[in-house]
Design a protein around this ligand. Structure first.
Ligand SMILES: C[S@@+](CC[C@H](N)C(=O)[O-])C[C@H]1O[C@@H](n2cnc3c(N)ncnc32)[C@H](O)[C@@H]1O
Length: 336
């Protein structure tokens, strides 16, 4: 590649944050839902979304040039296949994640990435004076937006997890830090003889009853609010930890794992769902997720070896690591 092309390419990559924020704003405004049944002008959309008509037009034409919407000759906007993923009723809607990623409080942590790189500490805490979970507990709107993003992501990978792992042998499955219960609801729906326990912070599980009812599994699932750093309800046959260990440092994870060990039957299984870091020069998604862990919750993504070592310190032996999809592996462990 010649030096000028290389410079253009790097500048294009650097400027991608603008595309990200523009998509996020379109998701926050629910533009895709407003044009799912037919095209509309920016003026109509501005009146439906309470926004400035000319500014909204500029957002929409930029996103049309990026392939998210289509701008017709008459200035009306419709959905492209990419934009269809921003519909709230899309089969795998990207809207909740897109809306979350652009939230100013969260972007602020990313803006402070240099701080984390210089000192190794958590940029979110530096920017806000508290950790992400404390911040969200104090800001219910942000907590709700984050929880919906997690639920959408969990639904997106649930089919791959169900295809990769057989849960039917477990009478009681507890999802520890299971958010609003999206993954557990899918697992219970696919395994009618299993019962579930959903465990997360009280303000997060408050929305779980509806999620369970929508999948028809409410009667087979107990919903428990609490603190996994303190104690868990006991006697589950399988404990799930999805996107939990990557949020924390090793020391905190060892406390969580010890609490899991106490809560599980002797022949139980711990199932960790995380991205496993790829060898050098591969797996950019997980390696950028790792930077996200550094700046936002203060954790890290890990290699298979790092998971084995961490789980051993928490009293578990890894029995198997199954790659369920590009973003998710199932790490099966047993208590030792
Ligand atoms: C990255 S999210 C993952 C949610 C869910 N497992 C999923 O994959 O969709 C981490 C979850 O940990 C929960 N969490 C954080 N601190 C917690 C604590 N001390 N006790 C219980 N849950 C906690 C959060 O509320 C959040 O739902």
């Amino acid at each position: 590649m010649d030096p000028r092309t290389a410079a253009f390419e790097v500048i294009r990559m650097v400027n991608e944050y603008r595309v990200s924020q523009a998509i996020s704003v379109a998701a926050m405004l629910g533009i895709a839902d407003h044009i799912k049944d037919g095209k509309r002008s920016a003026v109509d959309l501005a009146s439906l979304t309470g926004t400035h008509p000319r500014a909204l037009y500029r957002l929409l034409r930029a996103l049309a040039a990026a392939g998210i919407f289509h701008e017709a000759e008459d200035g009306q906007f419709s959905l492209t296949p990419l934009g269809g993923a921003l519909r709230s009723d899309a089969e795998h809607s990207a809207a909740p994640w897109a809306a979350f990623v652009g939230r100013p409080y969260y972007r602020q942590a990313w803006s402070d990435l240099l701080y984390s790189i210089q000192c190794g500490r958590n940029a979110f805490r530096h920017a806000h004076g508290k950790g992400v979970w404390e911040y969200r507990a104090e800001h219910p709107e942000e907590s709700g937006i984050f929880d919906l993003a997690m639920a959408a992501n969990s639904r997106g990978v649930a089919a791959a997890i169900l295809a990769a792992y057989d849960f039917s042998r477990f009478p009681v499955i507890m999802d520890v830090g299971g958010g609003q219960g999206a993954l557990l609801a899918e697992i219970l729906a696919a395994n009618p003889r299993s019962r579930g326990i959903l465990f997360d912070q009280p303000h997060v599980v408050a929305a779980a009853g509806r999620v369970m009812a929508e999948k028809g599994v409410a009667e087979r699932c107990d919903i428990v609010g609490g603190d996994f750093l303190a104690a868990l309800p006991s006697a589950a046959d399988a404990l799930l930890l999805k996107w939990i260990l990557h949020d924390w440092d090793d020391e905190t994870n060892i406390s969580i794992l010890k609490n899991c060990r106490k809560a599980m039957r002797a022949d139980g299984k711990l199932l960790v769902f995380e991205a496993v870091l790829a060898p050098p020069n591969e797996g950019a998604t997980a390696k950028f997720a790792d930077l996200n862990m550094l700046v936002a919750p203060g954790g890290e993504e890990r290699t298979a070896e790092e998971f084995r070592s961490l789980l051993a310190k928490g009293g578990f032996e890894v029995a198997d690591i199954i790659e369920a999809g590009p973003r998710i592996s199932v790490i099966e462990a047993r208590p030792v």
